[in-house]
Structure formats: C-alpha cells, structure tokens
Design a protein around this ligand. Structure first.
Ligand code: SAM
Length: 292
C-alpha cells in the first residue's frame, strides 16, 4: 500500500475509537504539559520603525488531573498498537512521574524500555533554582521481548575525547545514549511554523527511523503543527494525526500543502497564512519557553 498522511480534526478520544485493534506500528505523542498557561508563542519583527506582531497559535494548557485526562486515551493507544508496536510519550518534569505510574499500570512495568532525556539548553537561566532545560520521552514496547529497534538506522554523534579512540572510531562517531542533546526549533529556522510547542524534526526523525520501518503506519493524536507526521511522511511511513485545535489544523494545512494529505472533518479550516521571513538584522524576536 502506498504511504498515506491522514489528518483528523477533533477530540482524539473519538478519533482513537475509529482505529482498529492492533493496526498501528508506532505511536508518538506530545500532550499538553499542564503548564497552567495558554500556550502561545509571540513573535515580532521591525517594520516602519515599529514592532509588528507575526502569527501565533495557541491552546489551553491547564488540567486539574492530566494523568486522569490521558488514561482513557492511553488505554486506547495500547489497544491500537500492533504486538510489535511501541509508544513514545513526551512530557516534562511537571507531570512525567504521575504519567509514568499511569502508563506502567496500562502497559505493565516490563514494557517500559527507556526514559529518554531531550536536553536543549536554550533561553534564560533561573536565579532561584537549577534551570529546567530538558523534556522526558518514555518508551514503552507493547511486547518487551519483540519490538522494532533498527540499530543501523541510528545517527552517529562525535566522541567527546576523539584523541582516546583513534581515527577510525572518530570518523565513524558513536551512537547516542538515552540523553539526546538537540536545540529547540530555532526562531529563525525554516522549520519554524509559529505553533507554540512545535518539536524539532531531528528528534522525530530519530524515533521514526529507529522504531519503525518504511511502509509502517504511525500515529500522533496530539499532533499540533504535525512534526511527527512530516517526519513519518518524509521517511516513507504512513501517518494518522489528530488535533482538536483549529489553529493546529490550519498550520498543518499550510505545512502539508505539498503532500497528498487526506483531511478528515477539517472542511472549512483555511491554511494558515504564509509566514513572513524573519529579518535577521534589525528585527526583534520575543520567544517564550518551548513547553508542551
Ligand atoms: C504539545 S502540543 C503538540 C505539539 C507537536 N508535537 C508539534 O511538534 O507541533 C499538544 C497538542 O495537543 C492538542 N490537544 C489537546 N487536547 C486534545 C484532544 N483532546 N484531542 C486532540 N488534540 C488535543 C492541542 O491542541 C495541541 O496542539
């Protein structure tokens, strides 16, 4: 079957209910982080001597009980995963421990394979505590004895002490550990969509290439700007995406305009306007922390 890219607008619990049992090879989700705020990224550029606001797309990010909100959705996630399938679950320090316990209850503790730390080191430093500069991604395999892990597809990183390992190893580099250093999506990068909590394609590519095969069917039911879907598509996988925020759908409509995407229930949502190219000199950019 030729790969497909399918985007649903609506509550993911309803979208999940329509997905058959054991039909998905890999799930990545990046739910709201429960920051207690409206997630909004504000950008400005200078024009005519003033500050002109650019596009910004937000959503509510406040829950009394985030794990409770997610539980039914994670039971559905396990139901739709193939026996060889994996879940990658992305949050930060605020809620990850509560959700780890919730996920252990659904998948079983043996199915927990890795806690991946994505360290990004960007932005202002706190003067009152150690600055939180990482997110956590939990990996659960539905069957801990049989899952996809394409070792040869892992990218290589430089040795810290190349002098100690010799030229051959230095040239080849080493595999990353469970701590992944990578910057957030830079405000001036071409990758930037304007969606407040957009994650980097690099992180998605590493998960897609190592934990699925070409032709597999992937799922992200907290899709946001659609980063996981774009990575899946560019790597020859099919992907189902869902989001209940019309601004997320609008951003994905612009982002996926060149792909033959299928839009389910997204009827009258127009693509987001093209983003003005940020000025590198003289322009001013205000960036909030990339949370959620
Ligand atoms: C942290 S963002 C995802 C960002 C995404 N990974 C990216 O790279 O752009 C979480 C998304 O979940 C969506 N969301 C929250 N509750 C939802 C629900 N019940 N059904 C579908 N989407 C939901 C929000 O609208 C938001 O776009």
């Amino acid at each position: 079957m030729a790969p497909f890219l399918r985007i649903h607008y609506g509550d993911n619990l309803k979208v999940l209910a329509g997905i058959p049992d054991e039909s998905i090879d890999l799930i990545y989700i990046d739910p709201p982080f429960n920051t207690g705020r409206i997630q909004m990224r504000r950008r400005f550029h200078s024009e005519g001597g003033g500050r002109v606001p650019e596009d910004s797309f937000g959503y509510r990010d406040s829950f009394d009980d985030l794990a409770g909100f997610l539980r039914g959705r994670m039971e559905e996630a396990r139901r739709v995963l193939k026996p060889s399938g994996s879940l990658f679950f992305h949050l930060d320090y605020r809620e990850i421990h509560y959700c780890k316990v919730m996920l252990d209850g659904i998948f079983g503790r043996r199915s927990f394979i890795n806690e991946i730390i994505w360290a990004y080191d960007y932005g202002a430093r706190s003067r009152t505590r150690w600055s939180p500069k990482h997110d956590t991604i939990l990996w659960y395999a539905r069957d801990p004895a049989s899952y996809t892990y394409n070792y040869d597809a892992i990218d290589r990183i430089p040795y810290m002490t190349p002098g100690l390992v010799g030229p051959e190893k230095t040239a080849r580099g080493k595999t990353p550990t469970d701590v992944w250093w990578h910057t957030i999506v830079s405000p001036n990068s071409r990758e930037k969509t304007g969606y407040a909590t957009q994650k980097p394609l690099f992180i998605m590519d590493r998960i897609v290439r190592v934990h699925s095969d070409p032709g597999d069917v992937l799922l992200d039911f907290f899709a946001g700007s659609g980063t996981f879907g774009e990575s899946a598509w560019l790597n020859g996988r099919s992907c189902i995406l869902a989001d209940d925020n019309p601004e997320a759908i609008a951003v994905m409509k612009r982002r996926f305009a060149k792909y033959p995407a299928e839009w389910i229930g997204c009827g009258d949502i127009a693509p987001a306007a093209e983003r003005p190219r940020p000025k590198r000199r003289g322009g001013r950019t205000a960036v909030t922390k990339n949370e959620g």
